[in-house]
Write a protein that binds this ligand. Structure first.
Ligand code: FEO
Length: 183
């Protein structure tokens, strides 16, 4: 009796997404180590915490593939890109990476819709919501550095930004939680 509830195409796509989340974790890990080596302990702390979050995303997909009776393929994780040139470029790269991941999530949603695999479609809605938050978080990082002077950020502003990042939460408030009295 066939107990596999995932199509071949979706199994391959979910496995690829699982590796993509692991790759995201490696990217955050690499940037965190780079930030630490540059003396930015706060930025490094934030990025290390986010690397763990990406590992959690990877685990959610792995667990889902198993629960649907399909096969998990743990493969090599591509190497992260080169280190950023500065903090400004680091935050820009983080944002670009998150947008790329959102597009990948959307492809999975579209595939599950076309296959009428409503379980996978429903599962992927968590990632759709999560990506809105991840992009918002990355945009907020870019806003912080823009306010502090962008590429021309001075050492004092950089110092304060780094201190601020130590306690910056990895969570952002969802737009659905916002009200007129609690913006
Ligand atoms: Fe798992 Fe940052 O997306």
């Amino acid at each position: 009796m066939n107990t596999n509830r995932l199509s071949k195409t979706l199994t391959a796509a979910l496995n690829a997404q699982m590796t993509k989340e692991a790759h995201a974790s490696q990217i955050y890990l690499a940037y965190a180590a780079w930030a630490s080596s540059q003396g930015f302990g706060g930025v490094s702390n934030f990025l290390f915490r986010h690397a763990q979050e990406e590992r959690n995303h990877m685990m959610k997909i792995l667990e889902y593939i198993l629960k649907r009776g399909a096969e998990v393929h743990v493969t090599a994780i591509p190497a992260p890109p080169e280190n950023p040139a500065n903090i400004n470029s680091c935050f820009e790269k983080v944002f670009a990476h998150e947008v790329d991941n959102t597009e990948s999530v959307y492809k999975l949603v579209k595939m599950s819709l076309e296959e009428e695999d409503w379980a996978t479609w429903s599962f992927m809605q968590w990632f759709v919501k999560e990506q809105v938050e991840e992009e918002t978080l990355a945009l907020e990082l870019m806003d912080k550095i823009k306010v502090a002077g962008g590429e021309k950020i001075g050492p004092d502003a950089l110092y304060l930004l780094d201190k601020d990042m130590e306690t910056t939460s990895g969570e952002v408030k969802s737009a659905l939680e916002v009200t007129a009295v609690n913006p």
